[in-house]
Design a protein around this ligand. Sequence first.
Ligand code: BMP
Length: 256
Amino acid sequence: MSTFKDKIKEASKSLRSNVVLALDLMDHDPANLYEKCAGTLESVTPYICALKLNRPLVLRLCLQERIKNLVKLAHDHGLATIMDAKLNDVAHTNLAIALQYFDAGFDAIIASPFVGWEGGLDSLFLEASHRDKGVILLVHMSHKGATEGYGQTVIDPVTGEGRPQFMIFAEKAVAWGADGAVIGATHIEQIAAARKVLHGKVPIYSPGVIAQGGSPVEAVKAGADYLIVGRAIYDSPDPAASARSIRDQVSSALTT
Ligand code: BMP
């Protein structure tokens, strides 16, 4: 049985990139939005290992038609696919949403650990594992206000001690068998701290590079396994050159 962790690792190895493209194109004329997305994706496929799509794009393009085609296009190029659904509901609703994305072909889905296990994410993890799909958890988001929730100090219900929320989420990611942990590249210390818990078990996905101020090189040096990159690629005058440059910066940082 191959897990999502293995699938993206293989894609990353054979395509020699750890860049996940966040194809969040939204402002284009709806009449040619699909063509714009497909064209951007095809131009950068030599430099990325996975495609991440978000909810605004799904709402615009319709899950059953053009989104399915984009997912297929990514798979045809050997890429892994991630649906950024940020699931955050009770179990049966999370499952109903996730199944639609899994049926549309996505390999993994992003969910929020704030809803907890029992009656929150339990059914999702179970069903994902039956279908060889991945669940990636938000462990510390990239925006400034993320410190209010993910960075708050909470009393650990097990030990009674005050601890950062994101470290508890990192431990849950390991305990629940998550396929990935999202930690913003804008929070380098948190990547390094969470890595101590996650390393070798749950890969770190880091969004927030360049357009949000994070450094791709610093993020991977701190422990990020994959970088999630949107505007720095798709808003660039030459998306392929930008994707290649980010990939190359990161691989040379890892080898020096
Ligand atoms: P950009 O590189 O354009 O900033 O895009 C980052 C992508 O990662 C967006 O799709 C955003 O929704 C997502 N993301 C994020 O920026 N921070 C997080 O903490 C979690 C995310 O999924």
